[in-house]
Design a binder for this molecule. Structure first.
Ligand code: TAP
Length: 453
């Protein structure tokens, strides 16, 4: 029996049966049976069904938000925002079945046409930090393209995925098209990765597990997309609107308690404004409201587990250069205060490894060249920000930073209509936007001879 905890109180909120490899096989078999029928559903009907699902999610979004906050400890305002995005994601991809366009290509002696074919059964493996949101980024394009799916949520946070399966069924998604299996990654997840009837695995999680997924998928030459870790740089030039950059920097790394692959966990600041930047950042860190996830004013909840809190603590040893520290509740719950380390060298452990907690390393740089070199001196390449009022510099630097997603004078990373994903060891492939559909379809090329018989 799997005990699901509330990380803000350490209380058990739900007990679930834990799936085994055999349960994963059963779910895959159901999805395999459902596939030929689902792919043949008329595009306009598939569209209508997905829209109905989006509306059903919309109707239940307050309950889903509460459940997500209870299971992850994230502030209720954040959960409401996330459920809004889940609904928006399904609406966006509901418009796609009739837009899976191919090409016609003139060639000698005839014409070539291409079709976007679904892959079959797709296995979706997601982490605990944005449980239903990240699942929706995978499920919505997969279903729009005509695939059936087996979703494996993280064992720490399975509750909204279980609810999703029910909502999809009630909304009329046919039997076997959406299957949720709650079980350990090393068994149930691994089974999805190795099973010959799974055509593709879409994974979000750590780079370490991502490597295992890529290895496991090689046995059946499975299609794989990976959204992995990050160590994104927030690059602040002396000519930036410093007040805005400094006051918004905390939320860019302490949001979701730092358990965000896009967290700007390195702040690179031009030397001439380094001290000014820290002074401007100080009140925003000290006033960052950490506490009860169900209080509307809360900006940060607890970490996900006791084990994770221990890992995060290891990045702030006794002699760490703690420049600013926020408040955190005491007592039950896996709390950790917002912590700013400064000055930090880009070679320090806190600047190199993904902490995945509310700890940020502030690093000085000399000039534009030094900023680019330091921003790129990491195995990761997921997101990041550039703060400057010089438009030419903003674009010049953006082109040279090796990451999949960048924002200029902003810390936002994710929009339903735009591609999201990483370079280097942050991953393979893109989610969201029209680009996601490329990763849930195969291009088939058919040649038609136009020569006289
Ligand atoms: P992981 O430990 O990698 O777990 C992610 C998922 O993979 C969980 O569902 C887990 O199952 C499963 N899993 C574990 N071992 C597996 C295996 N051998 N085969 C198949 N599946 C397996 O990550 P996490 O601790 O949950 O999440 C934190 C990490 O995710 C961070 O590094 C973060 O950067 C990354 N992340 C990346 C992104 C993007 S978009 N790039 C977004 C969010 C998070 P169980 O936990 O249930 O055993």
């Amino acid at each position: 029996m799997l005990e699901v905890l509330n990380p803000a109180t350490e209380e058990v909120v739900e007990k679930l049966d834990q799936a085994t490899e055999e349960d994963a096989d059963t779910a895959i078999a159901r999805a395999k049976v459902a596939f030929p029928k689902w792919r043949e559903v008329e595009p306009s009907d598939r569209s209508r069904l997905l829209r109905r699902l989006a509306d059903a999610l919309d109707a239940e979004k307050e309950n889903l938000a509460k459940l997500e906050s209870k299971n992850t400890g994230k502030p209720i305002g954040d959960s409401r925002g996330e459920m809004g995005m889940v609904v928006e994601t399904f609406h966006y991809y509901a418009g796609m079945p009739e837009r899976l366009l191919g090409d016609s290509i003139p060639v000698s002696g005839g014409v070539d046409v291409t079709f976007r074919e679904p892959l079959g059964v797709v296995g979706l493996i997601v982490p605990w930090n944005f449980p239903l949101t990240i699942a929706s980024w995978k499920m919505a394009p997969a279903l729009a393209a005509g695939n059936t799916l087996v979703l494996k949520p993280a064992e720490l946070t399975p509750l909204t995925a279980v609810e999703f399966e029910r909502i999809a069924r009630d909304a009329g998604i046919p039997e076997g098209v959406v299957n949720v299996v709650v079980g350990p990654g090393s068994k149930v997840g691994q089974r999805l990765v190795e099973h010959p009837d799974v055509a593709k695995v879409a994974f979000t999680g750590s780079t370490e597990v991502g490597k295992k997924i890529a290895e496991g998928a090689a046995g059946t030459i499975k299609r794989v997309t990976l959204e992995l870790g990050g160590k994104s740089a927030n690059v602040v030039f002396a000519d930036a609107d410093l007040e805005k950059a400094a006051s918004e920097a905390p939320v860019a790394v302490f949001g979701n308690a730092g358990q965000d692959c896009c967290a700007r966990s390195r702040i690179l600041v031009e030397k001439s404004v380094f001290d000014d930047f820290l002074s401007l950042m100080q009140p925003a860190v000290e006033n960052f409201k950490v506490g009860d996830p169900f209080d509307d004013a809360t900006e940060m909840g607890p970490l996900i587990s006791a084990g994770h809190r221990e890992t995060v603590s290891s990045y702030v040893p006794e002699d760490a250069p703690v420049a600013i520290k926020g408040e955190a509740p005491e007592g039950s719950g896996f709390w950790f205060p917002p912590t700013v380390l400064a000055p930090v060298s880009n070679d320090d452990r806190a600047a190199r490894e993904e902490i995945f907690g509310p700890v940020v390393a502030v690093i000085p740089f000399d000039d534009e060249e030094d900023a680019i070199r330091k921003a790129n001196d990491t195995i990761y390449g997921l997101s990041g920000s550039i703060w400057t009022q010089n438009g030419a510099r903003a674009l010049r630097v953006a082109r040279r930073i090796e990451t999949g997603v960048l924002s200029i004078n902003s810390n936002t990373s994710v929009r339903v209509a735009t591609p999201f994903g990483g370079m280097k060891q942050s991953g393979v492939g893109r989610e969201l936007g029209p680009h996601a559909l490329d990763y849930y379809t195969e291009v088939k090329n058919v040649y038609i001879s136009t020569e006289e018989a």
